[in-house]
Design a protein around this ligand. Sequence first.
Ligand SMILES: Cc1ncc(COP(=O)(O)O)c(C=O)c1O
Length: 371
Amino acid sequence: MNTISISRRKFAHLLGASAAAAFVRPAFSSAKLSEHIGATGGIVRLSANENPYGPSPKALKAMTDSFGLACRYPDEHNNVLIDKLARLNGVNHDQILLGDGSSEILKLCAETFTGKERGNLVAADPTFEAILEQAKTNGAEIVKVPLTTTFAHDLPKMLAVAKGGLIYVCNPNNPTASITPKDELRDFIAKTPRETVILVDEAYFHYSDSPDYESVVPLVKDNPNLIVARTFSKVYGMAGLRCGYCVAQKETLERMRPYQMWDSVNIMALAAANASLDDPDQVSTGQHLNSEAKMFVISELATAGYKTIPSQANFIMVDCRRPVVPLIKAMKEQNVHVGRLFPALPNHMRVTIGKKPEMETFVSAFKQVAA
Ligand SMILES: Cc1ncc(COP(=O)(O)O)c(C=O)c1O
């Protein structure tokens, strides 16, 4: 087969579930990689909220099947994924914009909607900081609003300080793993004037099982100032591949497009993302394994006298009851890498939920360094 002259139809076929003959895990599988970063011998990496189980086997197969496409620009192949995401989210094709990770979506939002002329950026404190840096580069005023005592976004205060521009709501929030209740978020979206754009970052959407949580994707149809960001880096295990997207009204996306690099999502990421969506087990298995390992570590920490902020994500925030920086360093010396300092919560350690053996290593190292 001449894979280089492959047609779009063939590409869609390769990406689809129907292409899957019996899957043989390729030699470069995540199992090999985990030998280097797993709990035995090497470093236990619990610092970047990655998914330690890696991409779906269907995604790995789709990528090997697509090697021959590496000499082609992704161009129309984007559309295969966009169509699927539009169906998944119940929106039209022109209401999805792909990004080089959801990081590109965040950057585009900062560039399009913030700046001296366009308005300020309002974000929680603490939250995922990437967009703050990008808005600052754009000359925008940055207003940080502390989380409430329950670690939710203080939406009335955030709205009160907005001046046009952009309000960033990370739900579930990184680094606290906490959620902002659905009723409060719905009310806030309804009240926000149209000239202020709201970006709801749902990177950790799949890990929340709280009845108080919901995605705001269904609200996009009535709110031209609402953008919802999603990623393939978390439950889909594709952080190294870089693929994300957002859902918004067509006119809102048209404002963002001129700031985007052409062909920013590479063809391997498109192949993997597309195939992941056809794997009925990827999300449920990821949720289940995360929840099991998370329950284990929370209970071990509780027994040792350490509280965690209730977590609705694939990481936890542990109250170390003392400055965390020396503990982060001491953990590193034990080959356990945990999250960085978040200045608003100087006594809290952010710990990604890894595989169960990794969490066992974490617990024993933590007990040693915190003793
Ligand atoms: C809340 C949040 N948004 C976005 C991102 C960026 O993700 P991506 O890999 O899709 O660029 C992260 C990464 O950790 C995150 O925590």
